[in-house]
Structures are given as structure tokens and as C-alpha cells.
Design a binder for this molecule. Structure first.
Ligand SMILES: Nc1ncnc2c1ncn2[C@@H]1O[C@H](COP(=O)(O)OP(=O)(O)OP(=O)(O)O)[C@@H](O)[C@H]1O
Ligand SMILES: [Mg+2]
Length: 318
């Protein structure tokens, strides 16, 4: 059962093909991650799927209904938490949720009850009587999501739900997303954060300049790039050039100098004996008098996946 199925979806603004032939198949009941840098076309794609923007080409089905020809049927089953969301700054948390619940057709007592329930679940009870313009970024994001699940939607679009949040607030939003999915809602999550897709999504589409450049489970994506990575942190930054040369030689790997001047990452080309290869490399470093403070051997991060897929880092992609 697919919650979303698109084929050749296109949206053009002037001569900018913002979404340029996107095929997606999103299984129901899962979190599907759409990962891409600024301007990749994420919001534009979501708006078409949520019936807010008309496609210029291709087709999109939501639970089997066409987003153009059967837009009303689609609207009845989806909800969107936008990058720039829709709660009223001048109203309190409670007033916003009650108002929106009333607009959705709930009677006043039911609206109040649902509002109180969500404020409690999202840790906003104390702030419930305050105007939303006085909320912190994390509180604001939580009230946005609460507003979008007043009626439990079958499909929830979360457009960059944690951009700009501190780590603690991001974790709270992640817990909320997990709780929403546990209730049976399918979530399409867009994000620029590779670790967010890694944490939440079961499948990921990487989009860049309007096109899907990779799609699959997290494991498949990582496997398509390389089998593993050795992360090292040195005691002395002056040793890094020598460590780089030694690692490249002993591991026969591409070595990346991280932004942290003490850190290096070696991308392994083959998974064969990766543990044995790495311990040999560590021994060689020790022989050369290079002290390693921390060492880990793991799958490549999604950051490395993006670099490998596009030949440029995420930051420079916009
Ligand atoms: N209404 C519009 N009119 C003209 N161009 C637009 C419009 N909306 C988006 N675009 C352009 O389409 C492209 C994709 O934009 P979109 O907002 O979908 O990207 P995004 O992946 O959501 O980026 P971000 O991570 O910054 O939110 C960009 O080049 C953007 O400038
Ligand atoms: Mg966007």
C-alpha cells in the first residue's frame, strides 16, 4: 500500500525547473525522508503533494487519489506543517489550537479537550496561556506540529521541522514524530539534516536541483557509496598531514580532512577485513609517533553519502 506515488512530477517557475521529473513511492505507515540542500525543490514537491501547488507535468497520487483531479479527497487525508507555518502569533497556544479545531468542525468542548490534550503531550501546558509570538523556536515548532495533527491525518507532511532548533528541541520534535507514526500516520519529512533522516526515516530520497539522485533504505544508500569509514581524532593537529599520508597508504582509502583540525576520516573502498585493516593502520600511526585520541569504525555518515553522490559538500550545493 503506497501513501504517495509520483511519476515524472514537474514544477517550473519561469525557466527554473524547481521539481524536474520526480518519481517517488512512499509506503504507508512509515517515515519517508526527503533529503536535500537549500533550493533542492523539497518544499515545492511537498506543496504539490498537499494540493497547494498545481504540477506542470507528471502525476501524483496520494492514497491512490490524483492530487489535481481528486484534490478534495486528498485534502481530507493530509495535513501539512510548513516551513513557515500557520499559527497566529497574537493568539495564545490554547486559543490557536481551539480556533483551528473549531474550523475543523469540532464543537467547543471537544475542541478545548483536544487542545489541552495536545498541549500536554507536547510539553506546552505551562505556555498554553502565552501568546505564540513569545514562544521559543522549539516551542513554536511544537505548536505548529500540534496544530497539524488536531485531526489525526493519514499523511502528515513535515517540512524541515527542526531547522534552526537546538539539540534538545530537535530531540523533542523527533519524539513527537515517532509518536505520530506509532499511531498509524505516514510521515513525509523533508530535511537538510542528514542525521535527522538517519534517525527517523526508513527510506530516503536524496534530491538535488529538482531531481532524485538516490533512493533507498538508509543501508542501501550507504552501501551505494562505500562500505565504511574510519574516523580518527589526533592528540596533536601538527601530526595530521603525516597521518593523512599514512592512512591513505595503509588503508588504500580516500582520506578526508574534517573541519575539526584534529580529525580525519578514511573512506574504505572495501569491507573486507576492515577491522584488521584499521588496527594495522593504528599500529603504523603509533610506530610513527602519532597519538590517536579517539578512533571509530562505522558506516559512512549521510554527509559522506551526499558528498559521494554530488561530488560536492552539502554546504556548497545551494
Ligand atoms: N513561488 C515561487 N516562485 C518562483 N520560484 C520559486 C517559488 N518557489 C520556489 N521557487 C524556486 O524553486 C526552487 C526550489 O525551491 P524550494 O523552496 O522547493 O526548495 P527547498 O528544497 O524547499 O529549499 P529550502 O531547504 O531552502 O527550503 C528554488 O530555486 C526556488 O527559488
Ligand atoms: Mg523548503
Amino acid at each position: 500500500m503506497l501513501a504517495i506515488e509520483t511519476s515524472g512530477l514537474v514544477k517550473v517557475f519561469g525557466d527554473n525547473r524547481a521539481v524536474d521529473g520526480v518519481d517517488l513511492a512512499v509506503p504507508a505507515g512509515t517515515v519517508y525522508g526527503v533529503l536535500g540542500p537549500n533550493g533542492a525543490g523539497k518544499t515545492t514537491a511537498v506543496k504539490m503533494l498537499a494540493t497547494l501547488l498545481r504540477p506542470d507535468g507528471g502525476q501524483a497520487l496520494v492514497f491512490g487519489k490524483d492530487v489535481v483531479r481528486e484534490a478534495d479527497a486528498v485534502r481530507g487525508r493530509v495535513s501539512l506543517t510548513g516551513q513557515y507555518a500557520s499559527v497566529d502569533e497574537d493568539l495564545t497556544g490554547t486559543e490557536n489550537l481551539v480556533l483551528l479545531a473549531r474550523l475543523l468542525g469540532h464543537r467547543k468542548p471537544a475542541a478545548r479537550e483536544r487542545a489541552a490534550q495536545l498541549l500536554d503531550a507536547f510539553g506546552l501546558t505551562e505556555a498554553a496561556g502565552r501568546q505564540v509570538k513569545n514562544y521559543s523556536g522549539g516551542m513554536r515548532r511544537r505548536i505548529d506540529i500540534a496544530a497539524s495533527i488536531l485531526n489525526t491525518p493519514d499523511l502528515l507532511f513535515l517540512d524541515e521541522p527542526t531547522t534552526g532548533l537546538d539539540p534538545r528541541s530537535r530531540n523533542q520534535v523527533w519524539d513527537i514524530v515517532r509518536a505520530v507514526v506509532a499511531q498509524g500516520t505516514t510521515v513525509l519529512l523533508t530535511t537538510q539534516y542528514l542525521d535527522e533522516a538517519d534517525q527517523l526515516a526508513s527510506r530516503i530520497a536524496v534530491i538535488d536541483r529538482g531531481k532524485v539522485i538516490a533512493e533507498g533504505t538508509k543501508g542501501e544508500l550507504k552501501a551505494s557509496v562505500g562500505v565504511g569509514a574510519v574516523h580518527l581524532r589526533l592528540r596533536d593537529p601538527g601530526h595530521r598531514p603525516a597521518a593523512e599520508v599514512l592512512l591513505a597508504k595503509t588503508l588504500d582509502a580516500q582520506v578526508i580532512l574534517d573541519a575539526d583540525p584534529l580529525a580525519l576520516t578514511a573512506r574504505l573502498a572495501s569491507g573486507l577485513n576492515s577491522a584488521e585493516q584499521s588496527s594495522r593502520a593504528l599500529a603504523e600511526l603509533a610506530n610513527a609517533g602519532i597519538t590517536v585520541d579517539t578512533f571509530s569504525l562505522g558506516q559512512p555518515s549521510l554527509d559522506e553519502v551526499f558528498l559521494a553522490l554530488t561530488d560536492r559538500p552539502v554546504e556548497a550545493a545551494a
